[in-house]
Design a protein around this ligand. Structure first.
Ligand code: HSE
Length: 441
């Protein structure tokens, strides 16, 4: 290999940045043999150049200013792994303007500024790669863009936040508390610097927006999408779910309603039947079920977070970017190809539900709930109850579970509001959607 080595600028040496740097060093021969392109990491931008690091790195490579990467005419490719949106936005924008292909894993950045950045990428004819932004080590982005390219995507359903899946799995399987499980996910490097986004569903929502953009050809805005996190999932609901033949998973569901040119995009903890593969995805693993009109159902499975799986995705993109540098006439990044889709209002989305009421254990309670549900035309497919217990104030109470037939979310909310006035029925029932993920999408 006598041609000039391509020069890489890496911005960010946190968990994933370290994994990328280590792997580029460790598997250099393999990468060069497979691509036929020699490369080297020329500069690494970090916040603090004096900090002690877990990786051995020549201090000469370090700089505290990412502009040193963007402004260096010798650097061919920039990897953005600094996280956050403000600084990262500037970095990606300036790198694209400098005609340097960019590789990023920053889902929040793409969810917020994807539209603008992909336009800039097209204008400057400089690709922006983002495999690591969704599903950790799972090659879902390339699959949607390349392997599944001939399909109209009917539906995507998936578990795409490793931290919340790790927490739910630990709660369900080991009876570990929410706080303990979150602390373990943080120690393992799965959680974001601020784990709020992992827990409240927004990290999954950002990734869902990216998947929707790829599947339907246009960036979408995070406004008005329906996002619920795992904060209110309790051991009680896990127990009922198991008895009823379900697991509880933080699920994203993206469904195209062609007749209305609208997209249903939701993130929420949902009941998933034990019969479906998604119910058996545990720990940090993610899984994404894509239903295409030609291919039918496909399921992508792998580690959704962590240093090395995410580094694997980043480096896959770096190799694509290197090919682009060698063949600049070919731009293999994302090209928007459709007009804006509207979002289906949440009230109009339809699924069956599990609703658990905490009630006074006295005659007539079941009848009251059933009557109110009937008034809103909501059918009941089954009921279940817990053993009676004393509530500490001398009253006997129990949990009453209603499994409801499919109805619009808006209608269910109206019925639940109406039930609040009835004495003996707790005002805040636990509500979960039941996702029917059958072959027909
Ligand atoms: N915090 C994210 C997760 C990292 O837990 O899935 C990977 O995007």
């Amino acid at each position: 290999m006598s041609e000039r080595a391509l020069q890489i600028g890496l911005a960010g040496l946190g968990t994933v940045g370290t994994g990328v740097y280590e792997t580029l060093c460790r598997n250099r021969e393999l990468l060069q043999a497979r691509t036929g392109i020699p490369f080297r990491v020329k500069r690494v931008a970090v916040r603090d150049i004096h900090r002690k690091r877990d990786v051995e790195i020549d201090p000469e490579l370090l700089t505290a200013d990412w502009r040193d990467l963007v402004e260096d005419p010798e650097i061919d490719i920039v990897i953005e792994l600094i996280g956050g949106t403000e600084e990262a936005h500037r970095l990606v924008e300036e790198a694209l303007r400098a005609h340097k292909p960019v590789v990023t894993g920053n889902k929040a950045l793409l969810a917020e500024f994807g539209g603008e950045l992909f336009r800039l990428s097209a204008e400057t004819k400089t690709p922006l790669y983002f495999e690591a932004s969704c599903g950790g080590g799972i090659p879902i982005i390339q699959s949607l863009q390349s392997s599944l390219v001939c399909n109209y995507v009917r539906r995507i359903a998936g578990i795409i936040n490793g931290t919340s899946n790790y927490i739910l799995s630990s709660m369900e399987r080991k009876g570990v508390s929410f706080e303990e499980a979150l602390a373990a996910a943080q120690r393992k490097g799965y959680a974001e610097a601020d784990p709020t986004l992992d827990v409240n569903g927004w990290d999954a929502a950002h990734k869902a927006l990216i998947l929707a953009m790829l599947a339907y050809g246009t960036p979408l805005s995070p406004e008005n999408i329906s996002v619920y996190g795992i904060e209110r999932v309790t051991p009680t609901d896990f127990r009922f779910a198991r008895e009823l033949g379900y697991n509880i998973k933080l699920l994203v569901v993206i469904r195209h309603h062609g007749e209305r040119n609208a997209l249903e995009l939701r993130v929420q903890p949902s009941f998933v039947s034990h019969k479906h593969m998604l119910s058996n995805v545990y720990g940090v693993f993610n899984a994404i079920a894509v239903h295409g009109d030609i291919v039918g159902e496909t399921i992508f499975y792998g580690r959704g977070a962590g240093k090395n799986p995410t580094a694997s995705a980043v480096i896959g993109d770096v190799m694509l970017a290197m090919r682009d540098c060698r063949h600049p006439e070919h731009h293999s990044g994302f090209h928007p190809y459709t007009k804006q889709l509207s979002l289906l209002p949440q009230e109009e989305t339809v699924t069956p539900y599990y609703v658990r009421f905490h009630v006074a254990d006295k005659p007539g309670v079941i009848a009251t709930i059933a009557a109110e549900l009937a008034r809103y035309d909501i059918g009941i497919s089954g009921t279940m109850s817990s053993a009676r217990r004393e509530d500490g104030e001398g009253e006997d109470t129990c949990d009453l579970v209603f499994m409801l037939h499919a109805c619009p979310w808006g209608k269910l909310c109206e019925a639940l509001r109406a039930l609040r006035v009835h004495e003996g029925i707790g005002p805040h029932p636990a509500v979960f959607r039941i996702e029917t993920l059958n072959e027909e999408a």
